[in-house]
Design a protein around this ligand. Sequence first.
Ligand SMILES: CSC[C@H]1O[C@H](OP(=O)(O)O)[C@H](O)[C@@H]1O
Ligand SMILES: Nc1ncnc2[nH]cnc12
Length: 290
Amino acid sequence: MERMIGVIGGSGVYDIDGLEDARWQAVDSPWGTPSDEILTGRLDGTKMAFLPRHGRGHVLSPSTVPYRANIDALKRLGVTDVVSVSACGSFREEMAPGDFVIVDQFIDRTFAREKSFFGAGCVAHVSVAHPTCGRLAGACLSAARDEGINVHEGGTYLAMEGPQFSSLAESKLYRENWGCDVIGMTNMPEAKLAREAELCYASVAMVTDYDCWHPDHDAVDVGDIVKTLMGNADKARAMVARLPALLGAHSPCDKGCDRALEYAILTAPEKRDAALLAKLHAVAGRVLGD
Ligand SMILES: CSC[C@H]1O[C@H](OP(=O)(O)O)[C@H](O)[C@@H]1O
Ligand SMILES: Nc1ncnc2[nH]cnc12
């Protein structure tokens, strides 16, 4: 198997540069239409695929991003490693606007999204105790450090439904009682779906603001966010450009992300739903067979 790095670009990140043989291609998925066409090409010889999460021109809200179609489409293209780059608010003074956080935990407060490829007719339960891939996250950390970015290793990301930002009471709850470090609206269920699809997943959260808990920042202002976003997006592209050299050739994931479904499917083979199995072909074909 050949390594292919998939990058899901969040707010402000609608393309990546420097790809050889670059082309935007439509990918069909039985889970719906992905957020946009996918930009494919090679970087330092490594296969790359880039998908703008909200679509070019930012047309999709966090609740309407087709998370299942996106992950399925990346898997269909041959992606082995998914790097999510996202804008986020910060709950920590030391995680300042412009800093990057290599997220390693999530609290999922989203409620209006499809969260699994599995369901009636093929039930599966994967572990998300460690929802990001330590190896891929480590490469992102090194890439960001090498780029001179102020980057924090580890952090808990509160995934909220949105699209409105948090109230002050929510912001204080997440920060003071739940110990969260950053907040955003998109990494869930994306990370859960990547795990179900046996893809390594890392989340690079790029701080744009202090949410509303901070005494000097009364409310989140999208105008301020956009100013910070532009600088963050340039840094993200530079960080991504360093990943092929850091990751090298493909090898089985030492954290087991690529075998997440090994013992996850509970539905007896004779009770499985043929239509659902057909939809699961790209995501779970390794364990379901043909
Ligand atoms: C920039 S305002 C809030 C918006 O930005 C983040 O999106 P993404 O995670 O795709 O970068 C945040 O989650 C909200 O969707
Ligand atoms: N404060 C915040 N809350 C939720 N999502 C965000 N994305 C960027 N800043 C955010």
